[in-house]
Design a protein around this ligand. Structure first.
Ligand code: NAD
Length: 266
């Protein structure tokens, strides 16, 4: 049986851990050749590439800092050199540097905005340029697909994390504006907004039983998410099964955005 993403090439940024690692795994299982971008951890990225190749797929791991335009260009050049082009781009890299509003330094504000928002801008821009350069391919109805990794914090304010929440709010409007601009070229742009997914970024929120209990109060569906939950959503958004979907945020959050505090009449 033909796999959903057969003969397509996918680039996933920040894929040496957590959600990116899970998304790269799922896209490879769906038949895509994958470019696994990492920033600081070559070992898990190389190990994932080796695992995908062992399973009969194709993959490479490539180092790049997504907040640096030259490194983003080099990352796309690596896609072209190894696979000729790229069809699916998942702008996933992100980080948190938390502090109360009065204590937040400009350095930490900029560090988060530079990766979470500017990094996604640079990645999406390089993707659109590449899709337009190479033109249509018979592998998909769309010229190309971009998935931005947002967060429930594109809509839920988050005290103590103002840089992160602002970056994700920015991702929402960037994604929609870009989707509007490139839809006539048949480029689809969507976001996934994860709720609480078990990854290194939020270890403090699920590692101890007490923290986990507090977290579960925010999740009506009663479990913390896994990277695989996001991977499956990414496969659908990257495939022709969602060909009429663009400019949309798919919340994958176990109901976190359903105002669980109002469950018992507020
Ligand atoms: P993570 O820390 O495991 O992954 C983040 C990845 O981004 C890491 O691999 C890191 O190396 C990479 N990265 C950081 N700076 C980079 C840079 N300058 N260039 C390239 N890569 C860089 O955490 P995660 O939870 O897997 O986060 C992935 C994405 O999902 C982030 O955008 C995050 O905001 C988002 N998200 C996560 C959750 C969650 O609950 N885990 C919820 C909502 C949104």
């Amino acid at each position: 049986m033909q796999k959903l993403l057969e003969n397509q090439v996918a680039l996933i940024t920040g894929a040496s851990s957590g959600i990116g690692f899970g998304v790269a795994t799922s896209l490879a299982e769906a038949g895509a050749s994958v470019v696994i971008n990492y920033y600081s951890q070559p070992e898990p990225a190389e190990a994932l590439a080796a695992e995908i190749i062992r399973a009969g797929g194709a993959a490479i791991a490539v180092k790049a800092d997504v907040s640096d335009p030259q490194q983003v260009d080099a990352l796309f050049e690596a896609c072209r050199t190894r696979f000729g082009t790229v069809d699916i781009v998942v702008a996933n890299s992100g980080l948190q540097k938390d502090a109360s509003f009065v204590e937040m330094t400009l350095r930490d504000w900029n560090a988060v905005l530079n990766v979470n928002l500017t990094g996604q801008f640079l990645t999406a821009q390089a993707a659109v340029r590449e899709f337009l350069r190479r033109g249509a391919r018979p592998v998909s109805k769309a010229l190309g697909k971009i998935i931005c990794m947002s967060s429930v914090h594109q809509v839920i304010p988050w005290a103590g994390h103002i840089n992160y929440a602002a970056s994700k709010g920015g991702v929402q409007m960037m994604m929609q504006t870009l989707a509007q601009e490139v839809a006539p070229q048949r480029i689809r742009v969507n976001s996934i907004a994860p709720g609480a997914i078990k990854t290194p970024i939020n270890k403090d929120a699920w590692e101890s039983p007490e923290a986990l209990q507090r977290l579960l109060k925010l999740i009506p569906y009663g479990r913390v998410g896994e990277p695989d939950d996001i991977g499956k959503a990414a496969v659908w958004l990257a495939s022709d099964e969602s060909d009429y979907v663009t400019g949309t945020t798919l919340f994958v959050d176990g109901g976190m955005t359903l105002y669980p505090g109002f469950e018992d009449n507020g």
